[in-house]
Design a binder for this molecule. Structure first.
Ligand code: PLP
Length: 330
């Protein structure tokens, strides 16, 4: 379902202007038009599980502008499955929708909206209610956790690591560091597992866009445990001595005022990259993470490295709800 391999593109004009390492962007914003971004790589494996397990519906959850929810809704539509989304938040105007929410409506999935308090306190009950409603209608449903980050979703970025390994060979580069936005942990988990197998000299860094480093250490460890339990033999081949958890590197300090809240500096950087390189980031994930990467380069973290990799995980539809803030800079 993902259009792969995606390009690996060097930001040469940015390097000419700033100096420092050459940043290569893995364009996973180009995994598709509607299924664009990192989520479809995980969902390919999750949807395969749904199909082989006889499920005819998918249920998942996320913020009101969740890229994962939009991707799940369209994976379902493309496979002829039913879909229900449990969304945190309410649209400001019930008759209108924008960005990912507009696309969700177009996909025909059913949606329930919940206040943050209700969502946080009762998520398992909300899943159970949706599951039983779909079951009563004759559609057994697979429940997919936030961001598709679980023992199945990990495979998406293990496969992407193999693809990156061949990109590096093609471009004759041997990067030692890769940076990605971390929101629910599954992309980073897959990259850690995949890279330690395919490109062992490379370290994976996640810039968290919500919560903190301790939270993501715990969350990624939990995903690894689930993966080990579900795929014992395969997981052992990739992580024979159970060392992956020691390779979890979180760069914190770039959440700003909170998840989904974007600063003027991040917006200015997004504008600059749009103009200088024709690469557009989103304000919630990739913009914040790339801003963090540049700040860390300025602090000297990657000073001896020639080539660095940034995974552009998509999220472009999430730009549209920020029209008012963006109007102040464009
Ligand atoms: C555009 C985008 N980038 C990055 C992420 C983070 O990926 P993960 O949830 O696997 O940590 C997400 C989702 O959370 C996303 O939608």
């Amino acid at each position: 379902m993902a259009h792969t391999p995606t390009p690996l593109q060097p930001l040469r004009r940015l390097q000419a202007e700033r100096g420092g390492p050459l940043i290569w962007v893995k364009r996973d914003d180009m995994t598709g038009s509607i299924l664009s971004g990192n989520k479809v790589r995980k969902l390919e494996f999750i949807a395969a599980k749904a199909k082989s397990g006889g499920f005819t519906a998918l249920i998942t959850c996320g913020g009101i502008q969740s890229n994962h929810c939009r991707a799940t809704a369209f994976v379902a539509a493309q496979l002829g499955l039913k879909c229900h989304l449990i969304l945190r938040g309410e649209p400001a105007d019930k008759s209108m929708a924008e960005g990912n929410l507009l696309l969700n409506r177009l996909s025909g999935c059913s949606i329930s909206f919940h206040s943050t308090a209700e969502y946080n306190a009762h998520l398992p009950d909300l899943f159970a209610a949706a599951e039983s409603r779909l079951q009563d209608q004759g559609f057994p449903a697979l429940k997919i956790p936030t961001g598709g980050s679980n023992g199945d979703g990990i495979w998406g970025y293990i496969a992407a690591s193999e693809e990156l390994c061949s990109d590096f060979r093609h471009h004759h580069i041997q990067p030692r560091s890769l940076v990605v936005a971390t929101g629910s942990g599954g992309t980073q988990a897959g990259l850690i597992a995949g890279m330690s197998h395919f490109v062992p000299q490379l370290s994976v860094y996640g810039v968290n866009v919500c919560d903190d480093a301790a939270y993501f250490h715990h969350k990624i460890e939990k995903d690894f445990d689930e993966w080990h339990n579900q795929y014992r033999d395969h997981a052992k081949q990739l992580d024979s001595s159970n060392v992956l958890t020691e390779k979890i590197n979180i760069i914190e300090g770039y959440v700003g005022d909170g998840y989904g809240l974007v600063s003027h500096d991040v917006l200015k950087m997004m504008q600059k990259l749009s103009r200088l390189e024709g690469v557009v980031f989103d304000p919630v994930y990739t913009g914040k993470a790339f801003h963090g990467l540049l700040a860390e380069i300025d602090k000297g973290r990657f000073k001896d490295e020639r080539d660095l990799v940034f995974v552009h995980t998509g999220g472009l539809f999430g730009l549209f709800p920020y029209v008012d803030q963006l109007a102040t800079i464009v």
